[in-house]
Design a binder for this molecule. Structure first.
Ligand code: ATP
Length: 246
C-alpha cells in the first residue's frame, strides 16, 4: 500500500499543496491528472523519497520503486543495452550474469538484439522510451512511478506503449502511479483517476474506472471521459489546461 496522509509542501515561500491524502492499493494503476503546476510531480517525488513533505506522512509498503520520466534520460555515451542494465550494474551485478535477461526483457518491449547495441542518438523517440521502461523494469520493481512517459510520442505509438505498459504491470503484479495530461490515456490504462487542480489546490475528484485497464472498449473509454468532464470540478481543471495551451 502507498498512502500520502495529510501531506503539505511549500517551496520558496509558495504552497505547492496542503493536506493531501491519497491511498493506492496493491496492484492498482492510479493516474494523476490536472493542469500544469498543480503538484502531480511533487506528489510522485514524495512517494519516491526524492522530496520531503513539510508536514504529514507517507506510508509506503513498497521497497523497490522504478521510475520513468517524460524524457528517457538515457546516458548518451552508453549503448541501449547498457542503459537498460544501469540499475543492475549499480547493484554490483556482472554483465555476463544478466545479458540474457536484458535481451529477453528487450524482446517483450519490442526491441531486438541489434537495438541494444545502438547508442541513444541512433534510436527513435519511441525506442528510447522502451529502453527507459526496460531500465525501470529490469530491477524488478514492486512499484512503478511514471511521469508523463508517453506525452512526447505520437498517438499511434503512444497507444502501443500504453498497451505494453499495462501488460507488463499486470503480468508482474505491479502497483503504478502514472502522471498524464491526457484524460483519454488515464481512462484507458487506470483503475482509478485522481484529478488535481490549482484552484483549489490539491485533489478535487477521484473516479474508479469500471473494467480492466488495457481491456476496455474504446466506446467505454470515451464515455467515461465524457462523464468525467460533466463533473464541474473536473471540467474546471481541464479548462485551465486548455487556456494554458493558447
Ligand atoms: N524544488 C522546487 N522549488 C521551487 N518550486 C518548486 C519545486 N518543485 C516544484 N515547484 C513548484 O511547485 C509547483 C508544482 O510543480 P509540479 O512539477 O509538481 O507540478 P505538475 O502538476 O507536475 O506540473 P506539470 O504538469 O507542468 O509537470 C510548481 O509551481 C513548481 O514551480
Amino acid at each position: 500500500m502507498l498512502a500520502w496522509k495529510s501531506v503539505s509542501i511549500s517551496r520558496m515561500g509558495q504552497e505547492i499543496f496542503s493536506d493531501i491524502s491519497l491511498e493506492i492499493g496493491q496492484g492498482k494503476i492510479v493516474s494523476l491528472v490536472g493542469p500544469s503546476g498543480c503538484g502531480k510531480t511533487t506528489l510522485l517525488m514524495i512517494a519516491a523519497g526524492l522530496m520531503d513533505a513539510d508536514s504529514g506522512s507517507l506510508e509506503c509498503g513498497f521497497r523497490n520503486p522504478g521510475m520513468v520520466f517524460q524524457e528517457p534520460r538515457l546516458l548518451p555515451w552508453k549503448r541501449a543495452g547498457d542503459n537498460m542494465a544501469f540499475g543492475l550494474v549499480a547493484r554490483g551485478q556482472k554483465s555476463i550474469d544478466f545479458r540474457c535477461r536484458i535481451e529477453a526483457l528487450a524482446a517483450t518491449l519490442g526491441l531486438d538484439r541489434r537495438d541494444l547495441d545502438k547508442y541513444p542518438h541512433e534510436l527513435s523517440g519511441g525506442m528510447r522510451q522502451r529502453v527507459a521502461l526496460g531500465r525501470a523494469l529490469v530491477i524488478e520493481p514492486d512499484l512503478l512511478l511514471l511521469d508523463e512517459p508517453f506525452s512526447a510520442l505520437d498517438i499511434g505509438l503512444r497507444q502501443e506503449l500504453q498497451d505494453l505498459l499495462v501488460r507488463q504491470i499486470s503480468e508482474r503484479g505491479l502497483t503504478a502511479v502514472f502522471i498524464t495530461h491526457d484524460l483519454v490515456e488515464a481512462a484507458r490504462i487506470s483503475d482509478v483517476i485522481v484529478v488535481m487542480d490549482r484552484h483549489p489546490r490539491g485533489i478535487v475528484y477521484q473516479h474508479a474506472m469500471p473494467g480492466i485497464p488495457g481491456c476496455r472498449p474504446e466506446r467505454d473509454i470515451f464515455s467515461a471521459v465524457g462523464d468525467l468532464l460533466a463533473v464541474p470540478v473536473v471540467a474546471r481543471a481541464f479548462r485551465a489546461q486548455d487556456i494554458e495551451k493558447l
